[in-house]
Design a protein around this ligand. Structure first.
Ligand code: GAP
Length: 442
């Protein structure tokens, strides 16, 4: 990563901790590598992203339904899916400093601190390391069953597909969507939340007739790119990258990454995969249950193919913050720190600010009314300019000021975060005005 990129990451990490977006898990014990906690603003941002994804992928479609499955599945699931056998990275150990590295990331390793006269690591031969995190189920240690925390959310979609399809009375083509936690025992967690050991995925598995797999792969690629543009990613920082044959995961026939330009380079935030019939075929084989479908008209009995879209919630949140964050020079020579988040995703949608403490009561009443529908922050501390700056830094798109005129004309001043322009709006009309702004498509 360039020096400039590293400095930008460092400043963002500091902003995230200071303002309560994201900070190390178990911080008072020195943190735990690869695990992060989302504070009051972070959890709102994350929830808004998940809600918007659910809105576009599930609620607005007749052919997609939702699922919330358990994190721990029957261990046979992971034998069938191939994860027990194949889900690993090649890693090497340094005999001197005892550090472990991914074999494909050695060029990024820091010099060895433990060897005299050389900075080179004393490396072992590469060995395969399974990334699944293990746990044990059961009261007594001896009888306990070994199980795994899921490394991707989608496998339960495959094992539940028959039940869900029948319950929801869906026919091919149709999809099942799920948002939830996944766990990978990454060898080198790094770049803040980008590569963590616990993270969230928003996954869609779309089941299609084999003859239509190609077409649906393209349809979902376009849908997902539209989504990423809608949440505000600049065209110049978003691209797609098809996988070369040798890169494909064991279950994939074709794959494409949606990549964002991070300060540490272009990296994947979402994968779009043509999984073929791999998963359904393997679960049919391992469970002995027939997961094929029958076309009512043609009577054809076939295993559907799967087109998958898999977005990382944490990576996308990190990309959103980097995409939105600006240190903006102002005409008066000052600089303001501002997050240009889409109003739909902003953790606080509207801040209510009384111009003077004397106006706290009516302003407080307005804030309370707005709270029923919007994420509101009420702030009466400090001069108005400073209060605006505090909201700019956390991405609040609208600040509403209740002033002395509001008492007589019933209007408030609404200040736009991005243009800093102000307009007078009737307080009564504010909820409708805000709804329109929040639903605006870029
Ligand atoms: N079911 C397919 C699947 O899991 P993947 O490409 O391995 O595919 C999908 O993961 C997405 O999950 C990635 O695009 C990324 O955003 C996110 N992801 C994967 N590993 C991650 C990690 N260690 N930390 C944070 N996000 C991760």
């Amino acid at each position: 990563m360039s020096q400039q990129g590293a400095a930008r990451m460092e400043e963002l990490v500091s902003l995230c901790a200071r303002r309560g977006f994201v900070f190390p898990s178990s911080e008072i014990y020195g943190g735990i590598n690869g695990f992060w906690d989302y504070g009051p603003l972070g959890v709102e941002l994350k929830n808004n992203l998940k809600t918007f994804w659910w809105q576009r992928v599930v609620r607005e479609r007749e052919d997609v339904v939702g699922l919330d499955s358990s994190i721990i599945a029957h261990p046979r699931t992971w034998e069938a899916s191939g994860h027990a056998e194949h889900f690993g990275d090649l890693m090497v150990d340094c005999r001197a400093c005892k550090k472990r590295f991914r074999a494909d990331q050695l060029d990024e390793a820091e010099p060895c601190p433990a060897r005299q006269g050389t900075s080179e690591h004393d490396l072992t031969e590469p060995r395969s390391f399974n990334l699944m995190l293990e746990t044990r189920i059961g009261a007594s240690e001896d009888a306990a069953i070994r199980a795994w925390l899921r490394p991707e959310t989608c496998q339960s979609i495959f094992t539940d597909v028959k039940r869900v399809r029948e319950a929801a009375r869906q026919k091919i083509p149709f999809g099942i969507a799920q948002v939830g936690k996944a766990f990978r025992n990454e060898i080198n967690p790094r770049n803040f939340t980008f590569r963590s050991r616990e993270f969230e995925q928003a996954e869609l598995e779309f089941f299609v007739h084999p003859a239509e797999a190609e077409r649906w792969f393209e349809t979902w690629r376009d849908e997902r790119l539209r989504f990423h543009r809608e949440i505000g990613f600049a065209k110049s920082r978003l691209r797609t990258r098809p996988h070369a044959k040798q890169e494909l995961a064991h279950y994939c026939r074709a794959a494409l990454d949606v990549e964002f330009l991070f300060p540490f380079g272009w990296h994947e935030i979402e994968g779009i995969h043509q999984r073929g019939d791999w998963d359904l075929r393997r679960h049919t084989e391992y469970s002995g249950k027939d997961l094929a479908v029958t076309d009512e008209e043609t009577k054809e009995h076939f295993l559907p193919m799967v087109v998958e879209t898999s977005m990382g919630i944490d990576r996308t949140c990190l990309a959103l913050l980097l995409n939105a964050w600006e240190e903006q020079p102002l005409p008066d020579g000052e600089t303001r720190s501002v997050l240009h988040l889409h109003p739909r995703l902003a953790p606080v949608q509207v801040a209510v600010l009384p111009l003077a403490k004397k106006l706290a009561e009516p302003a407080g009443r307005l804030a309370q009314r707005l709270r029923r529908r919007f994420a509101v922050f009420y702030d009466e501390a400090g001069n108005i300019g400073r209060r605006y700056r505090r909201q700019d830094e956390i991405g609040t798109p609208f600040c509403v000021t209740w002033d002395f005129d509001s008492e007589t004309d019933g209007k408030v001043t609404v200040r736009d975060r991005d243009s800093m322009a102000q307009e007078r709006i009737a307080a009564q009309a504010l909820p409708g005005w805000l709804v329109e702004k929040l639903e605006e498509r870029p």
